[in-house]
Design a protein around this ligand. Sequence first.
Ligand code: UD1
Length: 378
Amino acid sequence: MVYLSFAAELKSHGTLLIDIIAGARPNFMKIAPIIHALKDNQAKGGKLRYRLVHTGQHYDEKMSGSFFQQLNIPSPDVNLESGSGTQAEQTGRIMVRYEKLLLEKPCDLTLVVGDVTSTMACSIAAKKLNIQVAHVEAGIRSKDLTMPEEINRMVTDAITDHFFTTTEDAGKNLEHLGVSSSAIHFVGNTMIDTLLKNRSRFIQPSIWAEADLTEGEYMVLTLHRPANVDEEQSLKALIQEIVEHSRSVPLIFPIHPRTKKVFERIGIQHDNLYLVEPLSYLEFNYLVERSKGVITDSGGITEETTVMGVPCMTLRNNTERPETCTIGTNELLGTALGVVGPALEKLFKGEWKQGGIPALWDGKAAERIVAVLDSLNA
Ligand code: UD1
């Protein structure tokens, strides 16, 4: 474990010391606005203090470092350097290391975001030490327990004290589970806070010139779910289907490390398929905003495409973010072969639905979260 600095350790009478947990790529855009709002609170004489704990689940510059730099997230106070491993190895390592930190230097409240392994592991370690847990993006459910993220959501919400939700439906899910409505705070979406704040700063990636891209005339592809990428033959068939129906528009595929390992074994190449390294936040969203559409198996990207009004095809059988389909531009295609062709036809014919934006996805979620945290300390 690396103690990088302990600026946040200045725990004095009347303050509430909050551990902000960040572990994997989709966490970083969710914590950035919360940290900025906490700093504002402190600058205005508020009593909230934070310590930023990076679990080290994602550790590459491309999967982690560039997000800190671009989103102006301060360097972590602590890095647990937990690294990769199986689900249990990763969970266990994070829990042991975070518990050690809490025993040596306790906090008053642990704030976790999203649904990654670090979210669940740190919640358990904190709660077993009787430390309060706050969960940002609480209550969403896919009901698909084959995905580790769903288990992470269920376990985290089972021991959370303060639930911050992105939609009213998420709050209803929690109420059905017996959570008191007074513990549920519908605040909006911190990932969208980051998107709206940075939209004017997006950066053109080098692939734009290399592939001679034109606005609205290329697509973005992302795939990393084990169900889609771990089995070589089905990944190959899926890519072939996408390429066949893509009318030769460039397909830009920023490739996740997990997917890259399988790709290297199967060696697929097509003239209009451009594999690129994982892109930074500002570069990735530059591409998405100007694309004809996105094909993905991510959850977070479906929220970003909804807000940017970009057509999105999700290669999953379920989603924990149904509002991206009912209100937004997302359509759940499933994972069976043959589903992509008709969807691409609809897109090329200009028949994709127009979407709207869910309530409170307005760039102010983190402010609302900090106001609630402040009231806990009153
Ligand atoms: C994790 C999250 C997932 C999220 C995704 C975004 C869980 C259960 N899953 O999945 O919800 O959508 O992050 O990326 O937490 N690796 C690197 N460099 C890194 C990090 C990982 O090469 O910086 C490699 C690992 O060695 C491993 C693979 O990527 O082989 C998967 O990493 P892991 O953190 O286990 O899960 P993700 O698939 O990234």
